[in-house]
Ligand binder design. Structure first.
Ligand code: NAG
Ligand code: NAG
Ligand code: NAG
Ligand code: NAG
Ligand code: NAG
Ligand code: NAG
Ligand code: NAG
Ligand code: NAG
Length: 909
């Protein structure tokens, strides 16, 4: 979270930098150098094998040195890694230029596919050097760099590809723009930054340099540039230059992975082979979460939990923001407001009620001698260092802080140890998951002139509200300590113990060229904060392995989150960790989850959650994502909050969260929102196994759990730009009301059979839009796609644990051919390694439902593995069957069928 004063500081007093004009730099008063005058390279010594090509690239003329020094000698490596994946890498012959550490993003191994059998074909032009990538099957040119010379300088690398006119491009997150990217005059800046109010057309918290290019029936492919340097990607079109996409990075190498698809979801799977399949998450994390910055004491937290319960709105997980900390220091609790004894009682109470608890951590470690977390870290040398070897300091919530070097293996030991101690179930706070914030990193010390000791902005700000030890109200369900006249017990401060350390094993090349301008490279990416170093860790700082923040800045959040996952795992080795992080990089999905940061309580940000979710889940392989429901900053009103409560229930991560400056917005604050939330949570919970199954298959195959319309209808051009509708799983089309204070929505139905999820009425899609009027604030249009089978729980529950005791029902939605398929994955919901699972395939052949697969998970502790009802949609009166439900046009057969082995059920006459 971010306090609004910082927003004013960042945009107000510090100002914005103006980007330099495109391609043109005035080097002195007399000459103008244009990037298009650069000489490019010549390829020589081309050597090929069945599955690879290498060449030398030599600067083809006088250096232009447009934004730095041209490198004279480069190498080209081309590998047909699999039949669908082509790796193309252009790097310096001297191996000095920074390359992302293997430890941060392990590269996929080449399977040495034969060029002759590959879906993609690489072609090279030697002089001037350029290359192209073609889809062999239909000759479609996917990438072609021949229009402009390659520029490879010490602080500027440029590569441009021609594209067909008006391409359908997606990805290049994190951004808050449309899902399908604009194709003209559009710039994507990748430079992780604190981004309050998630500004449009801006760099945000994470960097995912991958795009998907969808060409309808000519196929879809993906292009991943594995480069963590700051970059600006321009997508543009002009009469002279045609349509193009241009990479402009301020360092690093050109390390490309081309993924052939050819269907959109196949590109997703192939991308997962490069950056890693996403991690599986605990079942309970699909429950509803509540948080707010400004729950200023533990009684307040307890009262929110109790008020949810009183309102009859199921709350699965309570979160606490930095309020709980003593002086905003990680791993401490405020002894007055968040007394440790009461904190432990809070967690016990939540756990006894099958609810969960999550705390926040920040990377900035208060650099004061009497804070043992800092002291131990300092002794173990885990912090980033200033030039003189002292801890490099900045400013974050706690005031003057040191920054952990997440590339240092010793940092892991220190961090893990703090986790084990602070979150020890016997003596500390037994958290169920953890949340890491501010890790772009966000530094309240504005720039290189800031003095982190003097200019610490008065942090830590005193909590605005006095301890609210007790209002005199009963807090139902909480121990005596929390009640009026209860006797508080005081906390013990934690002791410290010595730690073991580990060897640092990494050494070698590719650490970055020396002698660069780390603060103001001549090519200016249009960072919304201004200069590169504005409000972050200075980019001249060296990491433990001698790489620089200049090159690794975009990895800071990812590496913190990864180490946090490892720490959670060390503390609870048998359970799946859940770590929520604000800052991400390509591959973060393999370890952690993400929310979309500090959005605003506006209709616009409500809408933007859809393209953001689609990008992360379907393109970037980070499926467990969602927004701060009802908005973080600003003022949520009941109408917007009701719509958002409904929409959020159909996104993987579902958390209501607000800033300290925002008024309260718990769902129970309004009757209308309570009603919407109850309905939303009810249906979300009934569908939990369906979506959990979808997540499971994404974690094993990379096929996305959330589907943009074009993923399921890739040949229907009407779907290519749709991002205000999407499929939750592969069966449920969500078409929310999107306009401010409106009760109507115009949505698209592809040419297919659909069924209204709420009424079961059959709705035929004709590849046209439909307008629905009178959509109440407690309603959201949802349609079942014909051809699918949905398992759902027969009723909802107050907790996910109780939910698992409900029986299943099977909903069959026949498609155009009268058939349908679906699946159900069952496991214990939390173990890292599952001993027994069920992977059940359902098939409807027009007459009978067949369940087949593996049936090893039978449930524990009262969990149900029974199907109590089968419903077949889209039936008409003629069937003359006693089970006909005239109102819904469906046949309902009641059972019990045990999910212990395959079975067959005939439905209908
Ligand atoms: C797009 O091209 C136009 C015309 O050449 C130019 O003025 C504009 O700056 C370009 N925008 C980007 C983002 O490259
Ligand atoms: C809980 O509900 C009571 C009764 O409606 C209300 O007075 C109180 O402010 C609520 N507390 C919180 C933290 O929402
Ligand atoms: C450290 O010292 C400061 C300033 O005296 C004090 O406010 C703070 O409580 C101390 N912290 C601990 C953990 O003792
Ligand atoms: C980084 O730059 C600052 C400001 O010029 C300088 O004071 C500092 O010594 C530099 N740090 C390192 C590690 O080079
Ligand atoms: C944030 O939203 C509030 C309404 O909730 C609005 O008044 C304010 O202008 C918005 N601020 C920004 C920066 O969008
Ligand atoms: C949740 O608990 C409340 C109060 O005990 C109860 O009235 C309600 O029916 C429960 N809801 C569900 C979905 O079981
Ligand atoms: C069930 O699945 C097994 C294994 O895939 C297959 O051999 C068998 O034919 C299937 N049974 C039916 C009835 O389809
Ligand atoms: C908290 O309770 C104590 C003891 O009951 C009382 O002295 C104190 O005034 C209370 N604080 C507030 C802010 O009400």
């Amino acid at each position: 979270m971010l306090h609004s004063f910082f927003y004013l500081l960042a945009l107000g007093s510090l100002g914005r930098a103006t980007p330099l004009p495109e391609h043109v730099l005035h080097r002195d008063t007399d000459t103008t150098v244009s990037a298009n005058d650069c000489p490019g390279y010549t390829a020589s010594n081309i050597a090929t094998t069945d599955s690879s090509l290498t060449a030398d690239l030599t600067l083809a003329g006088e250096a232009c040195n447009v934004y730095g020094d041209d490198l004279k000698d480069l190498k080209l490596l081309v590998e047909y890694q699999t039949d669908e994946r082509l790796h193309i890498k252009i790097y310096d012959a001297g191996l000095q230029v920074y390359q992302v550490q293997e430890s941060v993003l392990p590269r996929p191994k080449s399977k040495n596919a034969k060029a002759s059998g590959a879906a993609l074909e690489f072609s090279i032009e030697e002089n001037p050097f350029s290359f192209s990538v073609t889809r062999k099957e239909n000759g479609e040119v996917l990438f072609d760099t021949s229009d402009t010379p390659l520029i490879f300088e010490s602080q500027y690398v440029r590569l441009r590809t021609k594209l067909p006119d008006n391409p359908n491009l997606y990805g290049l997150g994190e951004h808050s723009d449309s899902f399908r990217l604009p194709t003209q005059n559009y710039q994507r800046v990748l430079w992780n930054a604190e981004s309050p109010f998630i500004p449009r057309n801006s760099n945000l918290y994470g960097s995912h340099p991958v795009y998907y290019d969808h060409r309808g029936d000519k196929g879809t492919h993906g292009v991943f540039l594995l480069n963590s340097n700051g970059m600006q990607i321009n997508i543009n079109k002009s009469d002279e230059e045609g349509q193009y996409l241009e990479y402009n990075t301020i360092g690093g190498v050109l390390d490309f992975y081309f993924m052939a698809g050819s269907k959109p979801a196949e590109v997703s799977s192939q991308y997962a082979e490069v950056v890693g399949l996403p991690a599986m998450y605990p079942y309970w994390t699909f429950g509803f979460h509540q948080c707010k910055y400004g729950y200023w004491d533990v009684n307040y937290v307890a009262e929110v939990v109790a008020n949810y319960s009183t309102a009859g709105i199921p709350l699965e997980t309570m979160w606490t923001d930095i309020d709980y900390m003593h002086l905003r220091e990680d791993f401490t609790t405020d002894p007055e407001r968040f007394d440790m004894h009461k904190m432990r009682e809070l967690v016990d109470t939540l756990h006894n009620r099958d609810q969960h608890y999550v705390l926040i951590l920040d990377p900035g470690i208060h650099a004061v001698a009497n804070y043992s977390v800092y002291q131990k870290g300092h002794e173990q040398g885990v912090f980033l260092k200033a030039a003189d070897g002292s801890d490099y300091l900045g400013v974050q919530w706690a005031g003057t802080v040191a920054w952990p070097d997440w590339l240092n293996p010793k940092t892991q030991d220190w961090w893990t140890d703090e986790f084990k101690e602070a979150f020890n179930p016997e003596t500390g706070i037994d958290i169920d998951a953890v949340w890491v914030d501010m890790n772009e990193a966000s530094n309240f010390c504005g720039d290189e002139k800031c003095d982190p000791v003097k200019d610490n902005n008065g942090n830590p700000p005193a909590p605005k509200n006095p301890p609210r030890n007790n209002t005199g109200r009963i807090i139902p369900g909480f121990p005596a300590d929390f009640q009026p006249n209860g006797t508080p017990t005081k906390l013990r401060l934690r002791g410290s113990k010595p730690l073991k350390s580990r060897q640092n094993g990494e050494a070698g090349g590719m650490k970055g060229l020396p002698d660069r301008d780390y603060f103001h490279p001549q090519y200016r990416i249009n960072n919304h904060n201004g200069a590169l170093t504005q409000n972050t860790i200075l980019t001249n700082i060296t990491n433990i392995d001698n790489t620089r923040q200049y090159d690794t800045h975009n990895l800071y959040g990812h590496t913190m989150a990864s180490m946090t996952r490892t720490a959670m795992l060390a503390r609870r080795p048998s359970k799946r960790p859940f770590v929520l992080t604000r800052s991400t990089f390509a591959g973060s999905g393999a370890k952690v989850t993400h929310w979309f940061g500090d959005n605003n309580s506006t209709w616009s940000d409500y809408r933007v959650t859809m393209p953001q979710m689609l990008a992360f889940a379907s393109l970037h392989q980070m499926p467990m994502v969602g927004s701060d429901v009802c908005g973080f900053n600003g003022v949520a009103d009941q109408y917007m909050c009701a719509r958002w409560a409904m929409l959020g229930a159909f996104q993987p991560f579902y958390r209501n969260h607000a800033d300290i400056t925002a008024p309260v917005q718990e769902f129970y604050q309004w009757e209308l929102v309570s009603e919407a939330a109850k309905k939303a949570i009810d249906v979300r919970y009934r569908l939990m196994d369906y979506i959990y199954t979808g997540l499971y298959y994404q974690t094993t195959t990379g096929v996305p759990v959330i589907n943009p319309l074009l993923f399921l209808y890739p040949n229907d051009a009407n779907t290519f730009g749709i991002d205000m509708q999407y499929f939750y799983g592969d069966a449920l089309l969500i078409s929310p009301v999107t306009q401010d204070y409106s009760d109507s929505v115009t949505f698209y139905l592809p040419d297919d059979i659909f069924y209204d999820f709420w009424t079961h009425e059959r709705v035929d899609g004709h590849g046209e839009t439909i307008t629905r009027q009178g959509v109440a604030y407690t309603d959201i249009p949802v349609h079942i796609r014909g051809g699918t089978i949905i398992p759902l729980r027969s009723s909802s529950a107050n907790t996910t644990k109780a939910l698992r005791q409900q029986n299943f029902e099977i909903l069959i939605a026949p498609g155009q051919d009268g058939k349908a398929r679906g699946r159900l994955y069952l496991d214990d919901g939390e173990s890292l390694v599952q001993e027994k699972v069920s992977e059940i395939e359902f098939e409807w052949d027009g007459e009978k439902l067949l369940a087949n697969g593996t049936f090893d998970y039978m449930g524990t502790g009262g969990e149900s593995a029974l199907v109590s009802k089968i419903t077949l949609l889209g039936q008409s009166e003629e069937v003359q069957d006693g089970n006909f439900n005239a109102e819904q046009g469906s046949l309902e057969v009641r059972g019990m069928w045990e999910l212990s082995g395959g079975f067959e059920v005939k439905v209908g006459a």
